[in-house]
Design a protein around this ligand. Structure first.
Ligand code: PLP
Length: 674
């Protein structure tokens, strides 16, 4: 991955207006359709939470500070990147939006603290695993420092990165979760000696012993945290993060054992932090309420037993309202950030007050909620399969010399196709299905020619399309025909890898808002699922945000070959970047970090170029020199054998070399061979 910073500010007005309309004449212009209709259709304002909207040109805009008018036009960004030689797919980060999120979290907790007259502080720590990209972590450190934010790590690589980049902020909290061996603990102990506010959270008793030993060896009293496994049942997809079968955390008995072990060495004051993690994307506020209550109950008991408790760490889990429904659906949340903060603060306070225990510093490890909104993945459509556009002839083909009659299913299908009427929709659908099945049977027995079989298929789909169109006109669609819309939906082939860029769609059926970033003033006339360019049928998106349910297709605009049509996957800043893999050797996409000055002027602050083919081949241990030498040798041999001319062989050598340095994704506008 190459990386370079573009130092001078490049204001947006230098970028020429993007081609708004299709050059090839495909339009979705429908009188009466407005940008507002598109905003409603895609629920942009519901999941956008003030950060996303559309402008009068019909382009999606980002409002990093949620202030109408101070916004960045996404299409301008994409066109600006193209001018700099960077094609889609591209991941666009909005630094100012990230900063706004940190401020929002800080404000929400501070408001809750003030309103409840809570005596303790709030510290947000960012779990680095949620987005380890250097630039993102640096920004969180930079914007979070004045707000008192810290960082959380879960492995040695994360710890070493964080230790190296936080030397100027020794007082900022570093929380170390995850499994730890002696070396990891040596790092945390020496970092503490260096003056860092670092707290290893023990996951098992072996770690505790190592921490105590290292403390003795380096003559330092360590700060220690303990992760408890709550009995409050989890909810949603990550419900197993707590409860009897949880992977992490100590039982109540083990927590007491930790305290006794420390007390026996006069170190009970070292136990300062109590941590739990109730699961990610908690969608129901009642779970937060119950979990914090249980955690606070343990906390007050530990204080009474003599531990030096200071921090109540409620872990991560603050959710994102991916579909904008603000319900307890698993990809939504039935609470707001303010309500979350108020619940945590109030619960912790009431338990402590009941037991006469001083209010602790509340720590959250919210990751998703900090970074999800700041990134958008933008990709281009490269083609489409439209099953309802099969050509049906005006008449059935004439009989050939060796034919006595046309096959029955073909004739029946054609009759059904011609006579589709609103009054007999179900019956005609059954007729079409039966005839199509019969055609399949005859073909497998060798009684139907390939031409007739193909014609049967085309007529079948065209009949379904007619029935679907009639369904759109009737008041109530018969249940049996409800699936016709998705059955007939297009497949839009798009230049991305789900496995690399949106792995949670594949792994856990995550919902992200998927929206075209332009042409919103035109009615999207097609219903489509999205297929990526990997050779894997799992590489598709077929679940989309809806206001009441999950849709099996998304409305997109028609486009013709040569048109540029860009689609954005929103709220993708959490977990997607490093969880992605190299399936088919599609590598990291380009990343652009965009900033703005609050007056509508934006610039690209940093570009991190995506993987070149050479990067991914190196990753899987190919010797590029050997590969190139082999191609050159083979070309020479072909010239010798007069299979190719010398200049053709040179073209292939050059093409191979430029391919090795090229993007792993499709580059439709690349000048191959030059
Ligand atoms: C210990 C711990 N803290 C924090 C987080 C971040 O959770 P989230 O991104 O849901 O806030 C996780 C993620 O699973 C975690 O395991």
């Amino acid at each position: 991955m190459t990386q370079h910073t573009i130092p001078p500010v490049t204001p947006s007005p230098t970028i020429p207006p993007a081609p708004l309309r299709s050059r090839t004449g495909v339009t979705g212009l429908e009188p009466g359709w407005t940008v507002e209709d598109s905003v409603d259709l895609y629920n942009i304002r519901l999941w956008g939470k003030g950060f996303f909207d559309a402008n009068s040109k019909g382009h999606v805009v980002v409002r990093p500070e949620k202030i109408p008018g101070t916004e960045i036009d996404l299409l301008e960004v994409v066109e600006g990147l193209r001018e700099r030689g960077l094609s889609t797919p591209v991941l666009v980060h909005f630094s100012d939006l990230l900063q706004r999120r940190l401020l929002d979290m800080h404000d929400a907790f501070n408001t809750a603290i003030k309103e409840n007259n809570y005596k303790g502080d709030y510290v947000g720590v960012f779990p680095v695993k949620v987005n380890q990209q250097r630039r993102v972590v640096e920004e969180i450190r930079q914007y979070g420092s004045p707000l008192g934010f810290g960082l959380e790590v879960g492995s040695k690589p994360e710890l070493l990165a964080v230790l190296g980049m936080t030397s100027d902020s020794a007082e900022r909290l570093i929380i170390c979760n995850g499994f730890k061996e002696a070396r990891y603990i040596e790092f945390t102990t020496l970092a503490a000696k260096l003056g860092r506010t670092i707290i290893p959270v023990i996951e098992n008793l072996t770690e505790l012993k190592l921490i105590v030993e290292m403390g003795e060896k380096f003559q330092i009293r360590p700060r220690i945290g303990v992760r408890v496994n709550l009995s409050t049942p989890g909810a949603g997809r990550w419900r197993h993060s707590s409860g009897a079968k949880a992977k992490f955390g100590l039982s109540y008995a083990e927590v007491l054992e930790v305290l006794e072990y420390l007390r026996a060495r006069g170190m009970e004051d070292c136990l300062q932090l109590l941590h739990c993690h109730m699961g990610s994307q908690i969608h129901d506020i009642r779970q937060v309420n119950q979990g914090v209550n249980e955690l606070a109950r343990i906390y007050v008991q530990l204080v009474k037993l003599g531990a030096g408790m200071k921090y109540l760490d409620v872990g991560g889990g603050l959710g994102i309202d991916y579909d904008g429904s603000q319900t307890s659906f698993e990809f939504s949340t039935n609470y707001t950030l303010a309500e979350y903060a108020a619940t945590v603060v109030y619960r912790a306070m009431s338990v402590c007050d009941e037991e006469g225990v001083p209010h602790p510093t509340i720590v959250t490890e919210s990751g998703r909620a900090m970074v999800a909104q700041q990134s958008i993945l933008i990709f281009d459509a490269i083609g489409a399969n439209r099953p309802d556009r099969g050509a049906v002839p005006a008449q059935l083909p004439a009989l050939k010399a060796n034919e006595e009659e046309l096959p029955r299913p073909l004739v029946e299908l054609f009759d059904t196709y011609k006579s589709v009427t609103e009054r007999r929709l179900i019956e005609q659908y059954h007729d079409a299905c039966e005839a199509r099945d019969e055609a399949g049977r005859l073909f497998s027995l060798g009684y139907l020619s390939l031409e007739h079989r193909a014609l049967c298929d085309s007529i079948f789909w065209a009949t379904c399309a007619r029935i679907r169109d009639k369904c759109r006109e009737v008041e109530e669609v018969p249940e049996e025909l409800e699936d016709l819309e998705s059955l007939l939906s297009d497949t839009y082939f798009c230049n991305l890898s789900i496995f690399q860029s949106l792995p949670d769609i594949w792994a856990i059926h995550q919902l992200f808002p998927i929206v075209p970033i332009h042409r919103l003033g035109e009615k999207p006339t097609r219903k489509a699922t999205i297929a990526d360019i990997t050779c894997d049928s799992d590489g598709r998106i077929d679940r989309f945000v809806d206001d009441r349910d999950v849709k099996k297709f998304v409305e997109l605009h028609d486009f013709a070959e040569g048109d540029r049509y860009y689609v954005g996957a929103f709220l993708v800043g959490a977990y997607q970047e490093t969880l992605g893999d190299l399936h088919n050797l599609f590598g990291d996409t380009h990343v652009a970090h965009v900033k703005h000055d609050g007056t509508g002027q934006w610039w690209i602050d940093e570009i991190i170029e995506g993987d070149a083919v050479r990067d991914v081949l190196n990753y899987v241990h190919y010797d590029l020199n050997a590969l190139q030498a082999q191609i050159r040798r083979e070309c020479e041999k072909a010239v010798r054998l007069k299979q190719m001319t010398a200049s053709e062989s040179q073209s292939l050598v050059r093409l191979y070399e430029s391919g090795i340095n090229g993007y792993t994704y499709l580059e439709p506008e690349s000048n191959i061979g030059n």
